[in-house]
Ligand binder design. Structure first.
Ligand code: NDP
Length: 334
């Protein structure tokens, strides 16, 4: 089998350090698919990427067909089949949102243009670097020849966090849960939704009501504990660990691509994909939704009912995405 070319940006950073070894071991694409890694870094990050490449060599991964390191996006994306856009400009103290968006537009715009010019025809792009949804929008807008549905932003970590919190609350293994959805922006406004979730085929809302002493208690737990805990889990990890949740973010990126390539079956997961107006989300935004894949790409699962509470939360998160898009337009970057 020909090797799949996988480009990782920000490869010398913390997420990159967890991600590269799992890609090279076959966790992402399968034990029968050789991979060629391309590591993109800014000049200051090259040493980190070079160090990771030395360790990759020392692992003697049978599936690893090669590792190249570069600070040139056109070299990194040349012939790429998959691109994981991890490197981004972090928000620093006192930075306004417009400055953050402008700095990231300066990264994701040129990367989108390079992908457009040199990536393989079957390129798929997963954006991890924050603000991930709007960075995906910028990259896709800068790649007019690549269909917009080839881009997605990662909300899989939010999805997995929601599943794990529910499993703990219900005292069941995570594999017994299905149907969780994360809606909206990968930010504090995201809406982890359990209205369609089941545990061993039974509505999660009923199971929570039994466990917590009634439907009102379940709603209170969801609104006051579950949703904020999932949305703020990144800050909780930083407070406890002293650094950010790099390994779980890398794991979520692996799961996102693995399910995209190897199909979700009749289950769904969550990803921020291009909206065509589903669930009232304006056309052209990258907003998290329930998605399934037949191996060719993520598509939004339609037909779920949103109650008033869910509608209000999704609308609030979409309003934030619209504001980010408008700010990017005002900057003239797309
Ligand atoms: P990380 O590898 O920890 O994070 C990278 C990006 O992923 C950040 O935008 C971060 O957002 C985001 N992210 C998404 N989900 C999570 C999560 N659950 N936990 C943590 N981060 C998450 O950052 P490092 O600073 O260690 O590494 C970044 C690397 O990118 C550096 O080596 C830098 O040189 C490089 N870089 C490369 C570029 C390029 O290739 N052109 C451009 C810019 C940077 P958040 O900031 O919100 O935590």
């Amino acid at each position: 089998m020909d090797a799949t070319t996988v480009t990782v940006t920000g490869a010398g950073g913390q997420i990159g350090y967890s991600l590269l070894f799992r890609i090279a071991s076959g966790d992402m694409l399968g034990a029968d698919r050789p991979v060629r890694l391309r590591l993109l870094e800014i000049p200051q990050g090259l040493k980190g990427a070079e160090g990771a490449a030395l360790e990759l060599q020392d692992c003697a991964f049978p599936l690893l067909a090669g590792v190249e390191i570069t600070d040139d996006a056109r070299v990194a994306f040349d012939g790429a089949n998959l691109a994981l856009l991890v490197g981004a400009r972090p928000r620093t103290a006192g930075m306004e949102r417009a400055d953050l968006l402008a700095a990231n537009a300066g990264i994701f715009g040129p990367q989108g243009a390079a992908l457009n010019d040199v990536a393989a025809d079957d390129i798929r792009v997963a954006v991890v670097g924050n603000p991930a949804n709007t960075n995906a929008l910028i990259a896709a807008a800068s790649a007019p020849d690549i269909p917009g549905d080839r881009f997605a932003a990662l909300t899989r970590l939010d999805h997995d966090r929601a599943v794990a919190q529910l499993a703990a609350a219900l005292d069941v293994p995570v594999a017994h849960l299905r149907g969780v959805v994360v809606w909206g922006n990968h930010s504090a406004t995201q809406f982890p939704d359990v209205a369609h979730a089941t545990v061993d085929g039974r509505p999660v809302l009923d199971a929570l009501a039994d466990r917590l002493g009634g439907a009102d208690a379940a709603t209170t737990w969801l609104d006051e504990e579950f949703v904020p805990r999932v949305a703020k889990r990144g800050a909780e990890i930083i407070a406890v660990r002293g650094s950010s949740s790099a390994a779980s973010a890398a794991n979520a990126a692996i799961s996102h691509v693995r399910d995209l390539v190897h199909r979700t079956g009749d289950a769904w997961t969550s990803a921020a994909v291009l909206s065509h107006g589903e669930y009232g989300v304006p056309d052209g935004l990258y907003s998290s939704a329930p998605v399934s894949s037949d191996g060719t790409g993520y598509r939004i699962v339609e037909g779920l009912e949103l109650d008033d509470r869910g509608r209000a939360r999704l609308d609030a998160s979409v309003a934030e995405l619209v504001a980010e898009r408008d700010a990017v337009h005002a900057l003239g970057v797309i």
